[in-house]
Write a protein that binds this ligand. Structure first.
Ligand code: SF4
Ligand code: SF4
Length: 437
């Protein structure tokens, strides 16, 4: 229950096959979490599935409930498992509740049967893809080190054929960080994608672990394997540069704000606009967090997907109801710490109302005054929010006046044509095509 005694909505991610996956993306430190459950096939049992669905539907006070599957790779559970989960949702749905099913996948096992099922039950599918072939294949490789681009394109085509709603989940990493505009254009123009999400790759390491960490996180014969934990203030060579992350977003924004407002939905842009009205849709940029627990295949509930480590295990839903675990003082503190541990630099930052210091997992750098706990991505976050502030403020103004944010595109086009600084875009840019890549 909340401080006021009202239950809070939470958004749980379930990992039915744990962190087991059928490919070996080099940057995927989740693969190392297999070490938490040694000698375990990492498959969710029927009993855990039923307990999960029952408790989730019982816990949610709001009308909308999201049943979110991810991994590892959830398709390893086979389609029958998810047919059963949909049937259990129907069995335990309470009056007035509506369910949105979501499913995050690398796409490799998708076929007509999977996609017909997704369409039938209105699943929103997240497909992991890192851009055009050479960028996607830099790290998204199979067990033999071969790129998976052709296989993910096949998945995209199956999903498109069955008209499934798809959100592209693209990581921002050392291989694509300088190519924001190319990545965006590829998704928009080659795929016709409408929903995009960009996730920075930040793999932490220490002086002792960096060399091994740079080799990746999968199990390889004869190689030492680390369990990834949120420790160390170095990053692997695959990680995105702090400032470069912001430049990647700015490059995409410059294209989007001129051509695609209201047509292409970029998660962070929606989140930023909503935050102008005090609504925080994404934990990373909300003042507090702690309402995104993750469920392992055996019923263990952890504080967050990024903190699946023994220290952050809240309990097991077979012993304690998930509602109680999410509302526990420990989990409340986890969420509140996001606000309470902000550095002085963040507390006085002009874009804090949008950024809120970012995710605690990335706060391992030093602030400008040398205070520990600054977000490693801060130079990029500051660049992005400062650069785009006038445009987001202009869009928020349009909404307040009962108009559409997309109207901003006409004023930018006019200013561009006159060779002036477009209203609402921070830096004077002559034409979209002349922008640096
Ligand atoms: S730790 Fe980061 S990812 Fe996890 S809930 Fe908090 S803000 Fe979200
Ligand atoms: S931009 Fe940097 S200083 Fe400002 S709130 Fe975000 S992380 Fe903190």
């Amino acid at each position: 229950m909340s401080a006021a005694g009202t239950p809070r909505d939470f958004h749980l991610l379930a990992k039915p096959s744990g962190s087991t996956c059928n490919i070996d993306c080099t940057y995927c430190f989740f693969l190392s979490k297999e070490a938490l459950y040694p000698n375990d096939r990492s498959r969710m049992s029927e009993a855990t599935l039923e307990t999960y669905i029952f408790q989730l539907l019982e816990s949610q006070p709001g009308a909308e409930v999201v049943v979110a599957w991810q991994g590892g790779e959830p398709t390893l559970m086979k389609l029958e498992f998810f047919r059963h989960s949909v049937a259990l949702v129907q069995k335990y749905l309470r009056p007035g509740q509506r369910v949105q099913h979501t499913f995050q996948t690398n796409g490799l096992l998708l076929d007509d049967d999977w996609c017909a099922f997704f369409k039938q039950h209105g699943f929103l599918v997240g497909l992991s893809m890192d851009g055009p072939r050479e960028m996607h294949d830099a790290y998204r490789v199979d067990r033999r080190g071969k790129g998976t681009f052709d296989l993910v394109m096949r998945a995209w085509n199956y999903l498109a054929k069955h008209q499934v709603d798809v959100n592209i989940l693209c990581t921002v990493n050392a291989a694509n960080e300088k190519h924001g505009r190319d990545v965006y254009r590829f998704f928009r123009d080659e795929l016709g994608a409408k929903w995009l999400q960009f996730i920075p790759i930040v793999e932490r390491a220490s002086a002792e672990t960096l060399e091994v960490a740079n080799q990746g996180w999968s199990e390889q014969p004869g190689k030492k394997r680390l369990l990834y934990t949120q420790q160390g203030n170095l990053v692997t060579e695959r990680s995105v540069g702090g400032r470069q992350y912001g430049q990647f977003l700015v490059d995409i924004f410059e294209e989007w704000v001129r051509h695609d407002i209201g047509q292409v939905y970029v998660q962070l842009f929606d989140v930023t606009l909503e935050a102008s009205f005090g609504r925080h849709l994404l934990c990373v940029h909300a003042p507090t967090c702690g309402l995104g627990p993750v469920l392992e295949h055996n019923g263990d509930l952890y504080a967050c997907d990024h903190f699946v480590e023994p220290k952050y295990l809240l309990g097991n839903i077979h012993q304690t109801h998930m509602r109680e675990l999410v509302d526990s003082p420990r989990q409340r503190k986890f969420g509140q710490d996001k606000l309470d541990t902000l550095t002085a630099q963040c507390r006085t930052c002009s874009v804090r109302h949008w950024c809120n210091g970012g995710c605690p997992k990335d706060r391992f750098a030093a602030s400008r005054d040398g205070e520990a706990g600054q977000n490693y991505l801060c130079p990029g976050l500051e660049l992005f929010y400062t650069h785009t502030a006038p445009a987001f403020e202009a869009m928020a103004q349009l909404i307040r006046r009962g108009r559409y944010p997309a109207e901003l595109m006409a004023s930018i086009a006019q200013a561009d044509a006159e060779g002036m600084a477009p209203p609402g875009v921070a830096e004077p840019r002559p034409t979209a095509d002349a922008l640096p890549g």
